[in-house]
Design a protein around this ligand. Structure first.
Ligand code: NAP
Length: 343
């Protein structure tokens, strides 16, 4: 008989809902419980918030530790925050109960430089419980780090890498549109970014750190520039019904580079704004052979992130124990047909 991977999902914002909806549809995955601390969600039926007939009648619980004391699972999926410090208590509860962790927390995608102590602690804890902890997602986690790393495989040498994401943010979930400043004035945008009321895009530095670690590149510094607002030339209505007048912010551009001397060896250019413009994800390798790869239309960030999580479940079960990053895992791919007893 085919054995299923068991999971608990923590965090049921727009991303968590997309993820759990996909997990419930997956034949090889058994969702054992869902957790969120938002008072408006606690004790409610999951089916009220998800676009899926939930035959299990799952009810949203408020405490992961309590749930784990009743239900042991293979993997705890965490979609609560971009901040590693906020996610650490949940990771520890999961690991201490013997579960692996997959989180879309951007800072977990490459945590060693920003949080060396926490990283060491999580690595030791994961190894002592023989489980794996990993941060994933579309970006960071795939398009601007893992994919460019893999694309260098047939290169005899690599001198520099330029990675660009160009997306129409109007197609993304509301919290994404808000965190990139949609609907603000320029002044509000800069104020909220500097006061950390909105984050902009999180993860460019982590993506560069993962690439330089994988390729063994020597560099002097990594610089992430302050995001620049993009102003709309015409009024539009957001997917959540707010009017953004002409002259207001409709998105942003964020750039990060790794430098060796005066040379930029890695360049990341992230552009997300509402508008009917070309969308793509591109990677340009300057080397031998030179490689240019362009995904026309781009990969939808929210859809892709949910799939990254679902597909990673069998991969993480196969992986070695410890705190890992996407570059350390067995080759990630579509895994709906992989069963627990076939690993
Ligand atoms: N790596 C990637 O590619 C990628 C892609 C997409 C999203 N993300 C990240 O994923 C995160 C989730 O996205 P989202 O848009 O769904 O965010 P969101 O709207 O902030 O939703 C997060 C949900 O988690 C709940 N929560 C917060 N702390 C919790 C805790 N300790 N225990 C249980 N529940 C908790 C929140 O409750 P409250 O509302 O009460 O706080 C909220 O319901 C964001 O940080 C986002 O930046 C990463």
């Amino acid at each position: 008989m085919s054995k299923l991977f068991t999971i608990i999902q923590v965090g049921l914002g727009p991303m968590g809902r997309l993820i759990v909806t996909l997990l419930l549809k997956r034949r090889n995955i058994d969702v054992k419980g869902v957790v969120d601390t938002n008072p408006q969600l606690i004790d409610e039926k999951l089916s009220k918030f998800c676009d899926f007939e939930d035959e299990l009648g799952l009810v949203i619980e408020s405490n992961l530790e309590v749930l784990l004391s009743k239900e042991k699972v293979d993997v705890v999926v965490i979609a609560t925050s971009s901040s590693l410090e906020k996610v650490v208590p949940l990771i520890k509860q999961a690991v201490n109960s013997g579960s692996s962790v997959i989180s879309i927390c951007e800072e977990l995608s490459y945590p060693y430089q920003m949080y060396p102590k926490i990283s060491e602690e999580l690595d030791v804890l994961a190894k002592s419980n023989n489980v794996t902890v990993v941060g994933t997602g579309i970006n960071p986690g795939y398009l601007m780090d893992l994919l460019p790393i893999v694309i260098t495989a047939p290169c005899q040498n690599v001198k520099s890498i330029k990675i660009t994401r160009m997306m129409n943010s109007a197609k993304r979930r509301e919290p994404f549109q808000r965190k990139i400043g949609t609907g603000l004035t320029s002044e509000e945008f800069h104020q909220k970014i500097s006061q950390k009321e909105i984050t902009g895009h999180v993860g460019l530095t982590q993506s560069i750190q993962m690439i330089v670690a994988a390729l063994g590149f020597q560099y002097d510094e990594i610089i992430e520039f302050p995001p620049k607002e993009i102003i709309t030339e015409k009024e539009f209505i957001t997917s959540y019904g707010e009017t953004v007048p002409k002259g207001y912010v409709c998105g942003l551009q964020s750039k990060a580079i790794a430098k060796k001397g005066e040379k930029e060896i890695i360049m990341l250019d992230f552009v997300a704004y509402a508008g009917d413009h070309e969308e793509y994800d591109s990677i340009e390798i300057i080397g031998n052979p030179p490689i240019q790869q362009k995904i026309s239309g781009g990969v939808h960030g929210d859809v892709g992130t949910a799939a990254m999580v679902a597909n990673l479940i069998p991969i993480v079960i196969k992986a070695k124990a410890g705190l890992l990053t996407m570059k350390d895992l067995p080759v990630p791919c579509y895994t709906e047909n992989i069963w627990k007893n076939s690993i």
